[in-house]
Structure formats: C-alpha cells, structure tokens
Design a protein around this ligand. Sequence first.
Ligand SMILES: [Zn+2]
Length: 205
Amino acid sequence: MPGIPRSLRNKPITIGGTTVRPGERRTVELELGALYTHTPTNMPVQVLCGRRKGPVLFVSAAIHGDEINGVEIIRRLLKVPALRRMKGTLIAIPVVNMHGFINQSRYLPDRRDLNRCFPGSQKGSLGARVARLFMREIVQNSTHGIDLHTGAIHRSNLPQIRANLDHAETLDLARAFGAPVILNSALRDGSLREAAAAGCTASSR
Ligand SMILES: [Zn+2]
C-alpha cells in the first residue's frame, strides 16, 4: 500500500476461514444449522478492512429475530461513503438470529432467547451453538461492539443506549450516539454483552 507508512497500516482479518486484507470488503457466510426442511442456513457477515489501522468494531442486529430496525440501520451504515476512509475494521452482522428472523419471532424455533444463550457451547442447543459461533468468529476478533435492538412489540421505547458506564471508553462510545437516554445497565446472565464484557462493549438487551 503506497502512501501509508508501515506502522499505520491495518492488519488482515480472518473470519469464518476467509481472510480480508486492508482495503478489501467481503461477505463471509458463517454456517448455521439447517432448517427442519434440511435447508442450510448461514449468518451473512460483511467485513470491511480499512487501509489504516484502528479499532475492530462489530455492529450486530436482530439477535432478537423480530427486532428489525437494526437490520436497516446496518444496511444504511454499509452505504456510508466515509467507510472508504475508515481507520480500522468494521464487521457488520445484519441478522444474528436468522431462524427467529425468518419466523418473525424474537426467539429461536425452540423458544430459547438467543441473548440468554451466551457464551454458548459447541454441542448445546441451537442457541448455544449460534452464540459460540458468534463469540469465536465475531467477538474474539473485535475490540469494540454495538448490538442493535428494537422496542418489543406493543411497546414504545425512547432511543436509548445501554452500556457499562463505569468503563470510560464505553461511556465515550455511548455518548457518541447522541441518544436522549443513556442507561448504566447491569449485565444479564447469558447475554452477548455479559459474554463480551471481558473486552469492551456498548450495547442493549
Ligand atoms: Zn432485543
């Protein structure tokens, strides 16, 4: 990469066995379980590796399959022209709970809440396996994370950020949204945020 000093160059990132190099943008399909029809399902992940080094941020949505505002937010985010000048790496996951999304349900087909299945396991329920896949491929590759939720059905919510505000960098990230409400939110057992707390996250439930 001419023009960028070696010390400022970004590193390649490998997700789901696919390596994305600085300046590249790729779609990676993480394999999920099959539907009851035996149709295979994937979790599509967009990986944008900037030319210059910086944070590795994941932005995820629809961990609750019927909370779909975040899916559109990510679609718009991926069109922002400034991404071409981005420092660091963006990992965008528009639909984490693909089974719930297809069924227009908050839950997985067995009524488990995916956001109570973290950090997951290799041989557990579908939720446990999806959670483990997300931890291994997304969270462990990231320095920062934003998990987008939507107010539940028949409920009106103010736009809000929920985060661990005792963590200075997380507080900075929370303020950057300009949302009317920022909540210091306790971690919930089994949530993505709890599982990722060893790193640094700003997210919701
Ligand atoms: Zn939610």
